[in-house]
Design a protein around this ligand. Structure first.
Ligand SMILES: Cc1cc2nc3c(=O)[nH]c(=O)nc-3n(C[C@H](O)[C@H](O)[C@H](O)COP(=O)(O)O)c2cc1C
Length: 370
């Protein structure tokens, strides 16, 4: 049986950042932000992130406004623009089954892989915004049905990318002797997936390369990691873990905490409450009540994916130690959001990543000595 892969031990933890391809940044707050959702800002940000030591950029997919995200650039086209502006960074394009089908997605992503030396990856999202589905005429499936469709979507992508004469008979997608040419030649695009519910975890433990979860404390993350990895081992499947966090790194802890307070003080209460209602409702059909936002408070919801809970808020030393603590509980990748993206990513690259690498190296030396 294949063992689940993890960066625990010798592999360095990876860093990804949320691409602000949606207006309003990563917080539902009216605090002034220097982040912009436009193309030029994002191309420059991708270059800054690449130079700062980030491995991945994650684009978002939204089809309609809601809760502060008035304008949205499409994820696949935008990912390609970022890839064209960089040379090492991998860009993860979000795909929403429903609007996308696996045929188009497999072909589109294979072509981008060819154009970029295999630097494109995908994030298969399962939907939380029923109003968006209604607006674009997509049926709103029950929570666990959405994951059943996503799993068929992933199985279809993998089949199309790896097999000639691919045949598949699912409830959502069907293929008969389909051969994609050319197939991705620079390795298979990695498949990411988000969620915390039972359905999300089980899908990750069967088919995804990466499981992304909302921000949380190391203890709660540990429980999730152990759960997903135990199931993955049973399935003979290897999956890695990414955790969301909103970073506020400043020279003093007091400064960082003051920025957090300012973000929360400027929160748009109506939008935060409406977002909370929508996401909790989206997870209701998830029977076990462990969904991404099942336990989120008002303050947690000011950051779309509970990123304050991970507590990467403080000085570079404090943040580096907390990142290594995440690694200790089985996290392979930190997915990061920021307030003023360009400046904050630069600061993170200059002050936090080197400290993380130094801590990792010290641990490595201790492990070798032992
Ligand atoms: C890191 C991450 C990124 C996500 N990106 C998107 C996105 O771009 N668009 C979207 O509609 N949903 C996105 N989602 C939502 C998930 O696909 C999923 O619908 C949600 O997490 C449901 O969680 P649950 O199964 O725990 O209830 C994202 C989730 C996570 C954790």
């Amino acid at each position: 049986m294949a063992m689940a892969v993890s960066t625990r031990g010798s592999e360095p933890i990876r860093f990804a950042y949320w691409v602000p391809n949606v207006s309003g940044g990563l917080v539902i707050s009216k605090i002034p932000q220097r982040t912009s959702w436009d193309a030029d800002y994002n191309r420059r940000l991708a270059q800054i992130a690449e130079a700062a030591g980030f491995d991945y950029a994650l684009t978002q997919i939204r089809f309609t406004a809601g809760y502060g995200a008035e304008y949205q650039h499409e994820s696949v086209a935008f990912s390609h623009a970022l890839l064209a502006a960089t040379s090492r960074l991998k860009v993860i394009a979000a795909l929403l089954p429903g609007p996308w089908n696996p045929t188009l997605a497999a072909k589109q992503v294979a072509t981008i892989a060819e154009l970029t030396g295999g630097r494109i990856a995908v994030n298969i999202v399962s939907g939380w915004f029923s109003g968006e589905f209604r607006a674009i005429g997509e049926p709103w499936l029950d929570h666990d049905e959405r994951y059943r469709r996503s799993e068929e979507f992933i199985r279809s992508l993998k089949g199309i990318w790896t097999q000639d004469n691919f045949s598949f008979r699912g409830d959502f997608y069907r293929y008969a002797d389909y051969t994609l040419k050319p197939k991705p030649s620079a390795g298979l695009p990695e498949i990411f997936q988000g969620g915390s519910s039972r359905a999300a975890r089980d899908m990750a433990a069967r088919v995804s390369d990466w499981y992304f979860t909302n921000g949380n404390t190391p203890e709660n993350i540990r429980a999730q990691v152990e759960d997903v990895q135990a199931k993955a081992r049973e399935n003979g499947h290897a999956v890695r873990i990414g955790v969301n966090a909103f970073v506020i790194a400043r020279d003093t802890e007091a400064e960082a905490r003051a920025v957090l307070q300012e973000i929360i003080d400027h929160a748009d209460p109506e939008a935060v409450k409406a977002f909370g209602h929508e996401v909790k409702n989206a997870g209701k059909a998830s029977p076990e009540g462990e969904g991404n936002w099942a336990k989120s408070s008002f303050e947690d919801l000011v950051q779309y994916n509970d990123g304050f809970k991970t507590n990467l808020i403080g000085t570079p030393d404090q943040i580096a130690e907390r990142i290594v603590a995440l690694k200790d509980v089985g996290v392979d990748l930190a997915l990061l959001g920021f307030l003023h993206f360009q400046e904050d990513v630069q600061y993170f690259g200059a002050h936090v990543i080197p400290r993380v690498r130094a801590l990792e190296a010290a641990r490595e030396r201790r492990a070798e000595a032992a």
